[in-house]
Design a protein around this ligand. Sequence first.
Ligand code: TXA
Ligand code: MG
Length: 323
Amino acid sequence: MKKEIKVAANLLQQGYVVAIPTETVYGLAANAFDEKALAQIFEIKKRPLFNPLIVHIKSIDYLHTIAKNIPAIALDLANHFWPGALTLVLEKKSIIPDIVTGGKNTVGIRIPSHTIALSLLEKLDFPLAAPSANPFGYISPTTSEHVKKQLGDKIPYILEGGSCEKGIESTIIGFENNKPILYRVGAISKEEIEKIIGKIETKNTASASPEAPGMLSKHYSPKTKFFVSENISDNIENNINKNIGFLLFKKTSQPLSYNKYIQLSLNEDINEAAQNLYAAMHRLDAMNFEAIYAEKVPEKGIGISINDRLYRAQEENFDFTIE
Ligand code: TXA
Ligand code: MG
């Protein structure tokens, strides 16, 4: 593995964009201080420039190199959750170029909890700006294969790191008048965060110019029409002979043939479901169904984040009738 990390480090030092593994999803990384390299991220992803990038750092100490006026609560959260799937949006220092932050005076920062990503960061004397390594609006990648399929011809290297352990993007917290605000639900549940800092307000809504455009209402979408259902057994029953795929959380008692569905976790384990979510969406999307119905998961803990991603993947006009 050492050799591969060195290859990635060399390319990044030369200003190339490289896909890297993290515990949440794969990222499309570049030197966070190199504007030319950063511009390529936006080009490769076809990502609008107003949509800021997350900066990945190697240590809590390093935080002070790129952020200032850091609220005490932010440090508490960093100490508790880093390395981990929590992104903190903090006031940026001028060393962070505007292209990273979409012109905002804040920057999203986290330490990834992935040994390969951390060894890579150790080798570099700059942090890595990295959005998820998918074309804008499409399903996030949780394996190197996903990255290869979507962006393989556009980047010089994909650093292999296995399947992502969490499978869903980081939770994003920012501050308004020193008060913490939850901007994106993610791999760390709101409950876990509230255990450390008490009740936190959520602003996880879609709008034309959202704080975190990961919240744009249509996002994380497969190419196949995608619908979320609260009553999947009815949907299965009504569509059993049609070319429709199902993304299930619970075991179904209906006679659905094996090539028509994926169950996210055989034990109905919510963490495993999160881990498998995007891979299952990628697979169903490649199966040429006319549409995919996804079962809403129990709305608690990490299930809230899974449902968030399912609803964002959903067709905007929910008037689904296939004859
Ligand atoms: O788990 C993750 O967060 C992954 C891995 C690669 O670290 N990254 C990821 O990046 O999900 P991306 O670009 O797909 O989503 C980052 C989100 C965006 O929606 C962006 O708007 C938000 O973070 N963000 C970044 N900086 C921000 C800022 N200064 N203010 C508000 N939102 C910000
Ligand atoms: Mg993304």
